[in-house]
Design a protein around this ligand. Structure first.
Ligand code: GLN
Length: 198
């Protein structure tokens, strides 16, 4: 594969530009993906933060749901942040009526897990897989991983033990938004997967 991987950002709704900026800064060629044929030329995909139920509805309206499911099942490296984590989960708790995910990640993810009182907060997380320093994590109406299957590695937990970052093969997901805090190590890890898959 060429030195700069072609990476898609699903651009139906959400913080697409923030991801595109980080990925471009790390040397990737970014493709904004809205149509099924745009999936064909990419080596990996980011599912941004935003509103998972809206992205789900738009994906269905744009005929993207099945192609996305197929791409994930076919082993494409995918990184989902926040709403993107919800969309990767095989099981969603507290989705809106009829909400579906693309799936692939053997996990149960609770949407809006912090309720209305603590909708947004920032904290520093020790992430062993990334080494020092800790990750400054921004949570915005964030989901939590409630349970994971045996193939899933937990990368980060809150101080109380709740799971906020996971990895399963080529799939990476965080409850928080590294793309808004200047943290690039999760995107670097994702790009390393993309390069390895190529
Ligand atoms: N609460 C949003 C959802 O349900 C996620 C929020 C986010 O991506 N920052 O999809």
């Amino acid at each position: 594969m060429a030195a700069s991987p072609r990476v898609g950002v699903l651009a139906l709704q959400g913080d697409v530009r923030e991801h595109a900026r980080v990925l471009t800064g790390l040397g990737a060629e970014v493709v904004l993906v809205r149509r099924p044929d745009e999936l064909a030329g990419i080596d990996g995909l980011v599912l941004p933060g935003g509103e998972s139920s809206v992205i789900d509805k738009l994906a269905r309206a744009f005929g993207m749901r099945e192609p996305l499911r197929d791409a994930i099942a076919g082993g494409m490296p995918v990184y989902g942040t926040c709403a993107g984590m919800i969309l990767l989960a095989d099981r969603i708790t507290d989705g809106i009526a009829g909400q579906e995910s693309f799936g692939g990640l053997d996990a149960t993810v609770r949407r809006n897990a912090f309720g209305s009182q603590v909708e947004s907060f920032e904290t520093d997380l020790e992430v062993g897989a990334l080494g020092a320093p800790p990750v400054h994590a921004v949570f915005i109406r964030a989901p939590l991983v409630e349970s994971v299957g045996p193939a899933v590695d937990v990368l980060a937990r809150l101080a109380d033990g709740r799971i906020v970052a996971v990895e399963q093969g080529a799939l990476l997901a965080t409850s928080f938004h590294p793309e808004v805090s200047g943290e690039t190590r999760f995107h670097e890890r994702f790009l390393a997967r993309v390069r390895a898959a190529g």
